[in-house]
Design a protein. Structure first.
Length: 319
């Protein structure tokens, strides 16, 4: 019998899974950025549907090149610039999100922290035997997309830092063709798209999966098949995670008197953890690496119209 792994190795191997639904996409992206920059643990964030429709641009996206800015402003559509690269997506209540935030040394099976190896590893997570889409005929990783046959079901974006990486995916459980009117045909497209319109290029998971929950329920078993141990987070752990947003986007408010979580039983996923209060200066040092332009924010559409077609996405201060 193989001896048990030492505690340090076991802890390094844990992926904490957050399951939620209807989360605001701005809040989700800020949480993910905070987990990448602030936390030192591995997480999988699973959100079933955005609270309200929005357009999300990659960090370097130019609004006029990617969407109809006038129409988006007229219809009061929220446009967000995220902290990661990748293309532009429309999200709503029928978009299913899965994000991996990982330490490079979390497990021996993990890829080197470079875009292509990470893409290939996630291709196995979703498409290999025992993966999320095992049994879905025609599912595969193609270029940087997840496809079924010749149609896209999920798009990806990444952010990589020293010793740590993030890979997030938006899956189409369903989509409304009329929402695609806000998007322009991008200048750079996957070769396999072949000039097709958004409607002809995409296909929803609703016609491929037995239920809405099927794909999301398969995430944790698929992670375990890849050698990572899923560990669903408790309600109090989720409270602790959302506090990362406050730490990552100063100035933090003073913690309430009940902010210190009570001790938990040894059988809880929180066993062995404790909470401590930190000063403003400690928080500033902890998030020092975030003080640059790569921060999730709401795009100022009125300002974008003033600046013209070549502008990068201007943001609304403090939004």
């Amino acid at each position: 019998m193989r001896p048990p792994a030492p505690p340090a190795a076991a802890a390094r191997n844990v992926v904490k899974v957050i399951r939620t639904s209807g989360m605001c996409i701005l809040r989700q992206l800020r949480l993910e950025e905070a987990l990448l920059r602030v936390s030192s643990e591995n997480y999988c964030v699973v959100n079933d549907g955005a609270k309200s429709p929005a357009v999300v641009l990659g960090i370097s996206g130019k609004p006029h090149a990617l969407l109809d800015v006038e129409a988006a402003q007229r219809d009061d559509l929220t446009v967000i610039k995220r902290f990661s690269g990748g293309g532009t997506v429309i999200v709503d209540g029928d978009t299913q999100f899965v994000t991996l935030v990982m330490n490079r040394d979390a497990h021996g099976s993990l890829p080197a922290p470079f875009p292509r190896p990470i893409m290939d590893w996630t291709g196995e997570l979703y498409g290999a035997r025992g993966g999320v889409f095992d049994g879905v005929r025609g599912f595969r990783l193609r270029e940087n997309d997840y496809v079924v046959g010749e149609k896209k079901v999920g798009g990806n974006a990444q952010s990589i830092s020293s010793g740590r990486w993030l890979h997030h995916t938006s899956f189409l459980f369903n989509f409304r063709d009329e929402m695609m009117r806000y998007l322009r045909h991008p200048e750079k497209t996957p070769e396999y798209r072949g000039g097709r319109s958004h409607a002809d290029f995409l296909t929803p998971l609703s016609g491929l999966m037995p239920s809405r929950a099927t794909m999301l329920d398969r995430i944790e078993p698929a992670l375990r098949n890849m050698g990572a141990r899923g560990s669903p987070s408790s309600a109090s752990e989720r409270q602790k995670l959302f506090a990362c947003i406050t730490r990552a986007f100063p100035p933090p408010p003073p913690p309430p008197a009940d902010a210190i979580l009570p001790p938990v039983a040894s059988s809880s996923p929180l066993a062995g953890l404790r909470t401590v209060r930190v000063s403003v200066e400690d928080a500033e040092r902890e998030v020092e690496g975030l003080k640059h332009h790569r921060t999730t924010a709401v795009v100022d559409l009125a300002r974008a119209l003033e600046l013209g077609v070549d502008c990068r996405a201007p943001v609304v201060p403090n939004a």
